[in-house]
Design a protein around this ligand. Structure first.
Ligand code: UDP
Length: 251
């Protein structure tokens, strides 16, 4: 895995955008202004020449784990498929927003939906990136019981991205939930082991384990702050970097 020192632009990145990016704070659904805000940031980041693969979340519409066994006639596994379909809806919205700004994009899905998107085929995805197209990866992994964080880790590994950039609604990794505990400490960097030891809810444990196994750095940052997506792609030090070399949690 190619590592890049902070401050250096990356060659290829996977950018995971959670469903929160598609709506306004405290709301659900798809809010066109929020999608355009994301698209503007991605568009200007793409000018750097970095190859960008975007993995889409769907939590603004549905998260399958909300449908726990026995509480509804909708099975949890069905709800996970509904969640995967939700990510395709976000992808369609982001694709149009990006294209309205002049970006060339391809929407690819792990769950086949040939009427609206290409199937995700690894070699084809690479080819799009090499040709300078932004690729939007929806449908997660195509399998239930995981989240799009796991999909993002998998895609980052197979596409040999230099880093996994996780755009969220908080500033990075905290010692506790910053939305509940105002004294939570924001880490500037932290190791995979420490994230696991402290059981910090940054990403799926599966996603962290995969990144740790293959030494793939993760940068967690706040997409709501203007210009942050561009900064993250340029390799500027923002948010929290999760990687092997972090010695101890540094506030
Ligand atoms: N999902 C799934 N398999 C995957 C990816 C996603 O079953 O590989 C489902 C899962 O129910 C998840 C939902 O799709 O909760 C939406 O994705 P996610 O929760 O990751 O969205 P985010 O939190 O990033 O908005």
């Amino acid at each position: 895995m190619t590592d890049v020192a902070a401050g250096q632009a990356y060659g290829r990145v996977v950018l995971k955008i959670s469903g929160d990016g598609f709506t306004e704070p405290g709301q659900r659904g798809i809010v066109p202004e929020a999608v355009l805000h994301l698209a503007r940031q991605i568009h200007s980041a793409a000018q750097s020449g970095t190859q960008i693969a975007i993995v889409l979340g769907g939590g603004n519409l549905i998260r399958g784990a909300q449908f726990t066994a026995g509480q509804s006639y909708i099975h949890e596994y069905t709800a996970h498929y509904m969640g995967m379909v939700a990510t395709v809806m976000n992808g369609l919205a982001l694709q149009d927003a990006l294209e309205s700004l002049g970006c060339e994009t391809r929407l690819m899905t792990a769950l086949h939906m040939n009427g609206v998107a290409e199937p995700y085929i690894h070699r084809r995805a690479r080819r799009h990136l090499e040709k300078g197209r932004l690729i939007l990866l929806a449908g997660g992994t195509g399998s239930p019981y995981v989240t799009t964080d796991t999909a993002a880790a998998q895609r980052a590994l197979e596409l040999e991205a230099a880093v996994l950039l996780k755009a969220t609604r908080v500033d990075g990794v905290y010692s506790d939930d910053p939305e509940k505990n105002p004294h939570a400490i924001l880490y500037s960097e932290i190791s995979y082991e420490e994230v696991r030891r402290q059981n910090l809810r940054v990403m799926d444990p599966e996603a962290i384990a995969k990144c740790m196994q293959y030494d793939l750095p993760i940068v967690v940052f706040n997409f709501r702050k203007e210009g942050n997506i561009e900064r993250a792609i340029r390799g500027e030090r923002i948010g929290t970097r999760i990687w092997r070399k972090a010695e101890a949690p540094l506030p």
